[in-house]
Each structure stands twice: as C-alpha cells, then as structure tokens.
Design a protein around this ligand. Sequence first.
Ligand SMILES: Cc1cc2nc3c(=O)[nH]c(=O)nc-3n(C[C@H](O)[C@H](O)[C@H](O)COP(=O)(O)OP(=O)(O)OC[C@H]3O[C@@H](n4cnc5c(N)ncnc54)[C@H](O)[C@@H]3O)c2cc1C
Length: 467
Amino acid sequence: MGEWVYTNHLERGIVKTVFVVGAGPAGLYGANKLAQAGHEVLLFNRDIKPGGLAEYGIYPVKEKMKSGLRKQFGKMLSQPNLHYIGNVAVGGEQAVTLEALRDLGPTALVCAVGAQGTKKLGLEGEDSLGVYSAKDFVYHYNLLPPFSSQNFSTGKRIAIVGMGNVMVDIARWLLIDDPDRSTEEVIVVARRGPFEAKFDHKEFEHIEMFLDRKAFEEELDRVKENMTSVGQDISKLSEATFPVLAKPAQETPGPRLRFSFLTSPQAIHADASGRIDRLTLTENMLVARNGGTSAKASDRTSELDVDTMIFAIGDVADPNFGLPYASAGYVTNPDDGDPKRAAYEVFDSQTRKVIEGTYVVGWARKASEGLVGVARFDAEQGATHVLKYLESAVDTPTPTAAEILRQLENKGIEAVPKEDLAHLARAEEKQARERGVPSFKFADNETMLASIAEEKAKAGATDLVQK
Ligand SMILES: Cc1cc2nc3c(=O)[nH]c(=O)nc-3n(C[C@H](O)[C@H](O)[C@H](O)COP(=O)(O)OP(=O)(O)OC[C@H]3O[C@@H](n4cnc5c(N)ncnc54)[C@H](O)[C@@H]3O)c2cc1C
C-alpha cells in the first residue's frame, strides 16, 4: 500500500493492533469485544455506513429494530480505540488487497465480510434479464449503493425460489411496499413440500392475506400422496408451518401469492429482448432420509410463465476475497483440538497450516446462518479466540488509523472515518425533516460524500464563529 510511516506507540506490549474487515453486525460486535479488552482496533468497511445487512438487508419498515441496532453500533464506535474506516472494499480485485492489509502488520486480522458470493445453479438461461439473486434485490430496495441505482425491474409474475424468511421479505416488498405496484402474482418455487417451509410464522403473517387459498388447496392435492408416503399428515399443516390455514379464507382483491411445491428450476427461457419469460421446473419426489426428508428429481417437468425470477436460496462467501476457499466457504482449522469447538482460525489447505492470527466470523464463516443475534454470538466467540491468541502473539509496528486514512487519500480512495458518520446522519435527518418522512437515506455514495463535506464545512464555520 505504498510508503508507510510506522508509529507504533503501544509500548506496554499488552495492547495489540487488530484489523477487522467488514462492519456488519459480526464485525461490529467482534471489534467491540476486542476494543473493550483494550486493544487498538481498525475496522475497514466496504460501505460508507456501518451495519451491513442490519442496515441494508433487514426489511425497510422494521425501523425500530434498525434504529435500535444503529444506536448500539454508534455506542460501540464511540470507543476511542475503535477506529472506523468506511468506503474501503478490501480483497479480490480491490485497490486494497488482503495482503496489503497484512503487510501493515496487525497482530491479528479478523474477516467479517459476510456472504457476498452468489450461489450459481448453473442453469441454462441464468444470465437472462429479470433474474436476480435475493441479496442483490434486497440491497437494491434497501438503497445500498451501487445496487440502489441498478436496474432490478420486476414485472407482473415473479417466481421466488426458496421458502425461508428472505423469500417472505421479498414477497412482502413485491406484494405490499414496492412503489411500482406492478406485481400481480408471486409464485414461490419450493424444492420440497409445505412441511419443509423454513420461514417464521410471524413473518409470514405479513403476507398471508395474499395467499390464493384455492390454488393452495389444489397444490396440496397435487402433492399430498407423496407427502403421505413419507409419513406426513396434511391435517397438521396449519399447526406446523401454515397457521393461516386455520383461519377463514378471505377473498382479497389485488396481487396473489401461490406456491409450487416439490419443484426446482431446470431452465430459464428468455424472450426476444433477453428477459425471462418462462421457467421449466423439474418435479421432485419427497423421500424420507435420516429422519427427515429430501427432494429427489423426477423426469417430469412443468412450465411456468414468469417475467421475473429471484433466487432466495442463501448465499456463499465471496471466493475472490483472498482467503483459502473450499465449496463450503473459507477454510478454517480442521484440527482445532476439540471437535465440538467452532473453528475460527483460517487454514491453508495447501500448506496444511493455520494462517496465524487470521480469523473469520459471522456470515463470512457460516454463510446465511441465522439472525443478527447469531452473528453477534459467533463474532464474540471468535473474538474470544482472538483475545487468547493476542495474549502470546508478538506485536509488530502498525501505522495508526490517521496514517492509514492519509495513505488511502493519496491513493484516491475517499475513506470515511467515524467522525464523518455523524455528519452523514445529520444530513439525512435534515432531508427527513424537509420531506416530512420519519427517516431518509441517500442512495448513492457521491451524494453521501458531498453531504458529509457540506456538513463538515458548516460545522467548521460554526466552530470559527464560536471562537
Ligand atoms: C433479507 C434479509 C433480511 C434479514 N432480516 C433480519 C431481521 O429481520 N432480523 C435479524 O435479526 N436478522 C435479519 N437478517 C440476518 C442478519 O442481517 C445477519 O444475521 C447479519 O447481518 C450477518 O452479519 P455479518 O456481519 O456476518 O454480515 P453482513 O451483515 O453481511 O455484513 C458484512 C459487512 O462486510 C462489509 N464487506 C463486505 N465485503 C467487504 C470487503 N470486501 N471489504 C470490506 N468490507 C466488506 C459489508 O459492507 C458489510 O458491512 C436478515 C438477512 C437478510 C439477508
């Protein structure tokens, strides 16, 4: 990363410098624990704002949850030994590689970059227009740059592949909150049957009134023989996964929600403009396996006319980030002593050695696993391992956060320190007041950076007047 001035002033040797990459919930809670133990922590983040999916994934109207988390994160970031460096993507093809960060000499490096890779199914037509990954779509409607300004147009008939909470969020957006109001039908394409639905009842309540009950009954009729053959009792469905079935059916005008159970996408067909217009589905058989069920493809297919398709089947870690990668994600130490203990230290499968002092936490360690509380627990557990390592690790000189910010500026990277986050928050609050809305978010980096500069200039002028 160029010429650095090394000014390690941590003379006591107890205080070490740790770099954390990624300021989502995992990075923030992990960094918080390390900072509370007294270490100098530098937190690098791709996005200008901290929060990761808590800011740009959690459903937009869950404002109470989001603002509660923002407050917690703000408090953590207020620690003087926790330094935030936003708007800096690390790794892969980025201007700041993981090696460049390592070369700066942190005693430990914690990667909390979430699951930024996309699961590719290798389907014919997968690159057609109107086919999106849930993560990108969710980033778009949560206004994360650059996804916020990219084309994520949806049509009238949208297939969502997957049957978890993310599917429910996306269906909710399409059926209720999408300002385009173009949705006529959402069709959930589920590999297995209705008992295998993974969403929370409370979340599904938001969209249950759109369920086309007649179509649902017909779909159950289609798959019920197969369900019975694996011991599933269809009369228990309302207790298990679809409580809405115990409620009287309502005739709701407007868009409809349908399910296509025991089906998997096989091929995507596009029209002359290159946009998806049809989906070939493989019909699956439900088979009993290890006390549960699994889906086995049959040779039967069916066709579904759709103009949009969104994959909500979970994500994977980004293979190009720069850490050793295998099919299940970043490789962690398989010989971690206690097999019950979760492994956090990164492992190089080629040399069969741990990469000393390098850790992964949160969704970077286990992609798409659990809610914020799970990411927090994982990161704090990971931080405990890091703290143990720091006790005996040899300290090396590391540039200060201020020096790193200066160097990044020299490289033309407009990094955003934590002081600037307050300016940004003020600018957004002002916009909200002017527009008479409860909250407002800038949707592109240029406006965020310009607003920070403007607020900073104003604060500077006020300081001068007060002097
Ligand atoms: C659609 C959706 C809805 C959800 N709703 C809820 C909910 O209602 N309630 C709840 O509790 N949980 C919810 N979750 C789960 C919750 O968001 C996750 O558990 C949590 O965000 C995972 O935290 P993380 O820090 O591991 O990853 P992330 O939140 O993904 O954070 C990763 C961070 O790393 C940064 N980053 C990525 N790549 C780089 C890079 N190369 N260099 C530097 N920085 C990088 C990103 O900018 C981001 O800040 C939802 C998740 C999704 C996808």
